[in-house]
Each structure stands twice: as C-alpha cells, then as structure tokens.
Design a protein around this ligand. Structure first.
Ligand code: FES
Length: 141
C-alpha cells in the first residue's frame, strides 16, 4: 500500500477533504431528531454520532458529531451531505466509495474513518426501520 505524505511528514489528503475538515457544513447537535445512532471504531477508539430527522420516509435534516480525526470529520460531513434530502431507501443504497470519491479520494489507511460514519448511518437507518416496524398497527378484523 502506498501512503503519501506532505513535505512536513503529514499524511497527504486531497484538497476537497481538507476543505471539508476545515469547514464542515453539517456538524452539530439536533433537537428532537427522529433517530440518533452512535458507533465506535475499535481500531482507533474514536466515536461518531449521527442525528437524522425523517419525515414521510425522507431525510429532511441531518447533523453529526465526530470524536475522531480529520478524515472522520470530512467523511462524516460528506456522508450527511450525500443523504440529506434523500429517501431512506436511497440513503440505504449509499456506498463508502461514493463518500470517498466525493472527497477526491481517501488514503487507504484512513478508509476505516469513512467506514465509521458509514456504519453509523447504516445503524441509524436500521433503527429507523425497526421503530417504524414497531409502530405499524396490526391489521384490523
Ligand atoms: S483515526 Fe479514528 S476515526 Fe480516523
């Protein structure tokens, strides 16, 4: 695996990723979300929390908090951006590669940081489905 570093010995990220890290658009907490999910990465010990507001099976708002690295903040922000406004079914089809591609790529050794936000999204959507399944009224008659 080739890992690129800057002349100052830091891991080399794309400009898009660095811009997202410096100016995330969707970071923060949310009052009264439909669902909140949290995941941790056993590899690095970092955490990621995702809030989704869902109306009529559409993600009308989303926010996140990252307790992780620059790559996690950037991939988390992009994850939110890619699912905001989408239906739950569309969000369920999102792939990790789409998140990395939207950031101009990600060093392979940092892919687990994208996996963390992706896994949290999957968990939040699964919890939403579960809560909906529980609220469906049994057939009458
Ligand atoms: S190193 Fe832990 S999320 Fe990136």
């Amino acid at each position: 695996m080739t890992v690129e570093y800057t002349e100052r010995g830091m891991l080399k990220y794309s400009e898009k990723l660095l811009e997202r890290f410096r100016n995330p658009k969707h970071i923060g907490e949310m009052e009264n979300p439909t669902v909140v999910a949290e995941e941790g990465d056993p590899q690095c010990g970092d955490m990621f929390r995702l809030y989704l507001k869902i109306e009529d099976d559409r993600i009308v708002d989303a926010k996140f908090l990252s307790f992780g690295c620059a790559a996690n903040i950037a991939t988390g922000d992009m994850t939110v951006e890619l699912v905001k406004g989408k239906t739950v079914a569309e969000a369920e089809r999102l792939q990790i590669k789409e998140i990395a591609d939207a950031l101009g790529g990600l060093p392979l050794i940092k892919m687990h940081c994208a996996v963390l936000s992706y896994k949290t999204l999957k968990k939040a959507l699964a919890e939403y489905r579960k809560s909906r399944a529980g609220s469906v009224s049994p057939p009458q008659g």
